[in-house]
Write a protein that binds this ligand. Sequence first.
Ligand SMILES: Cc1cc2nc3c(=O)[nH]c(=O)nc-3n(C[C@H](O)[C@H](O)[C@H](O)COP(=O)(O)OP(=O)(O)OC[C@H]3O[C@@H](n4cnc5c(N)ncnc54)[C@H](O)[C@@H]3O)c2cc1C
Length: 378
Amino acid sequence: METKMSVRSALIVGGGFTGLTTSIALAQRGVEVTLVDKAPAWARVGHGLTIQGNALRVFKEIGVIDEVLAVGQAENAVTLYFADGRVMAEMPTPRTGGDDLPATIGALRPDLHEILVRKAESLGVEIRLGFELTSFENDGDTATSVLSDGTTESWDVIVVAEGIKSQTRPKLGITEDRRPSGLGIWRAVTSRLPEMTGGIAYPFDDQGAFKVGYTPVSDSQCYIFVLCPPQRPDNGLEGWQEVQRLMANYHGQFDYLRESIGPDTFLNFQEIEWIFVEGPWNRGRVVALGETVHAVPPLIAQGAAQCVEDALLFAEYVTADGDFDTQVAEFHARRIPRVKGVVDSTMLLAKWELDPGAPDADPGRVMGQALAALVPAP
Ligand SMILES: Cc1cc2nc3c(=O)[nH]c(=O)nc-3n(C[C@H](O)[C@H](O)[C@H](O)COP(=O)(O)OP(=O)(O)OC[C@H]3O[C@@H](n4cnc5c(N)ncnc54)[C@H](O)[C@@H]3O)c2cc1C
């Protein structure tokens, strides 16, 4: 029987979590997929991430869960500490991907990325590195891309998965742009002791970091995050010395972590920006997904999860029988409440990071409720 699938060929622009997961999910449904990324080569080093259960649920559905769990460290709770090292509380993390999956895993980004690249390649996705989308045009039931090498090609859909710094976003008629969150973050990959199973520590004063946390990514390694003001002070310190300074008042396990950081530690600082596009994510056959249209500070670690949920659901919609415009409108209407819930609760948490003494500040409750709301499948 002939299928009436509205999408048979796709150009995916961007090879992060969003672009790769969209490519895999479309290819698994019989779509011919080409993925371009402006990076000349995939990065082999990178940061740690906390991947929540609802992202693991997507990884299970696209058939990579065994590989993902093999490179990650599963956690089902988070320990909260006072800055002096005393335990404040042990909080179970909601299993947002269902009871058969860990609540979260810690893993290194390049390890996860490589699993997705391998899966996409095994499904016949053509990956072209060093190519950028320069412009596009809608032509009724197809869209034409012009890439940075000047070539022009026609597709049933072009997916813009360029991340928060997307250049194509305004060309889709989207007027929202990325904005400062008021927060900055240092991240470092370093060593841990076997008994150090992860946690977040809160300060007693307004000196140094807003908070510091770490997540195991292997038997002997973890990644550390240090939340702080968005501008680096002009104090002449090297990056690793600045991280040590920000962590100076954090003790217990954090003494070990601070001392494990040195000139050779892989670390970086960035100002955290955010964006939320509530209106349509597409113009005709060109559709933006993932951090191109929603990105928030990593305060409940839902970034990648929301991206891969977009990707799988989008592929399901546009490969069903039906009319493309209706499918995209229905997809968008279904995604918005869930993504907005994550954005609203995260931005409230960001506000309280900057004003912890606010009379209504109750981050534990908001975090718990935000994650619990994600337990039902999207
Ligand atoms: C400090 C920090 C910590 C975070 N921690 C976590 C965490 O613990 N857990 C979590 O789930 N999420 C976390 N996130 C969020 C997570 O990293 C993102 O949600 C996710 O990586 C976004 O994926 P993406 O594919 O949409 O975009 P990206 O990962 O930004 O990928 C976009 C890709 O598009 C390419 N590209 C851009 N423009 C073009 C173009 N015109 N043509 C071709 N290619 C192009 C880029 O080279 C890039 O490869 C964190 C984010 C930050 C900033």
